[in-house]
Design a protein around this ligand. Structure first.
Ligand SMILES: O=C(O)CCC(=O)C(=O)O
Ligand SMILES: [Fe+2]
Length: 264
């Protein structure tokens, strides 16, 4: 391998744990995104907000009834995905890590997702799953970016590669069981991933992951977005519909445009 020592270290960490957590590569881009959120939240609530961004987001469950949560969330998602620079800002926070772990010719998901997890709310949970089980390519990496500190059950969990390998061996035995049964059987091995505001998580979505009822006192806000090498195999999520190239290089552009001279 001709990777540098620091590239090698990041790669080893990603492969052995199934994820890495790092400081965001561009703090201004993160702050810009959080400012956009505060604007959108204020618009959605129809009131100006005087508390700090951190307090507004952590305590949003005091202002939005749980019955309105999904509508509210979709309004915010529509809002930030309509802002032109949003995806390029999102990319900036993770760019050097993606370039090391994935490559420098990247495809990015067209729409960034948002999770909002109120304390003690069971209405917006994601049961244990791997994205690959529903058609994502194993070449995809998720960039998961919190807008507040995430810890304990306010965070998401991931089943590390070793336990994930063992689960695969026994998968046929467990296939008939509910996802709650599946969770109970891996509970002792899952790891809740603490990610603070100012940090970014990159994880292998081919490993089982999900979330549980948030029994902290604050609301979780996190975004997630998938990246892959442009020329790596695609699953059900195709280029043009779900992904788009964001950093194609000159040689690839030339190669894609190239036609052999017509022999006739
Ligand atoms: O944020 C979470 O709790 C889960 C996210 C997830 O499943 C994903 O990004 O693929
Ligand atoms: Fe997922």
């Amino acid at each position: 391998m001709f990777l540098s020592d620091s590239e090698q270290a990041l790669s080893t960490e990603y492969l052995s744990q199934g994820y890495v957590v790092r400081p965001v590569a561009d703090a201004d881009a993160l702050q810009w995104m959080r400012t956009q959120f505060i604007r959108l939240v204020s618009d959605a609530l129809g009131t100006p907000l005087s508390d700090s961004p951190e307090d507004v987001l952590n305590h949003i469950h005091r202002q939005v009834p749980v019955a309105q949560l999904n509508t509210f969330r979709l309004k915010i998602i529509r809002g930030f995905n309509a802002v032109d620079e949003f995806r390029s800002m999102y990319f900036r926070v993770a760019r050097p890590y993606l370039e090391t772990l994935v490559g420098n010719e990247l495809a990015m998901q067209l729409r960034v997702n948002l999770s909002i997890q109120f304390p003690n709310d069971d209405s917006s949970l994601l049961p244990v799953h791997a994205d690959t089980w529903s058609g994502d390519s194993p070449y995809e990496v998720v960039v998961w970016l919190p807008l507040v500190d995430c810890y304990g059950t306010k965070a998401m969990y991931l089943l590390p590669p070793k336990a994930s390998g063992e689960l695969k061996q026994q998968f046929a035995n467990r296939a008939g069981n509910s996802s709650e049964d599946l969770y109970q059987s891996i509970q002792q091995d899952v790891k809740f991933l603490e990610v603070r505001y100012g940090e970014v998580l990159l994880f292998d979505q081919g490993l089982p992951h999900g979330n549980r009822i948030n029994d902290e006192t604050e609301t979780r806000w996190s975004m997630n977005c998938r990246f892959k090498g442009v020329f790596t195999p695609y699953g059900d999520k195709k280029i043009g519909e779900f992904f788009e190239p964001i950093t194609l290089r000159a040689a690839s552009r030339a190669g894609m445009a190239y036609r052999l001279p017509d022999p006739s």
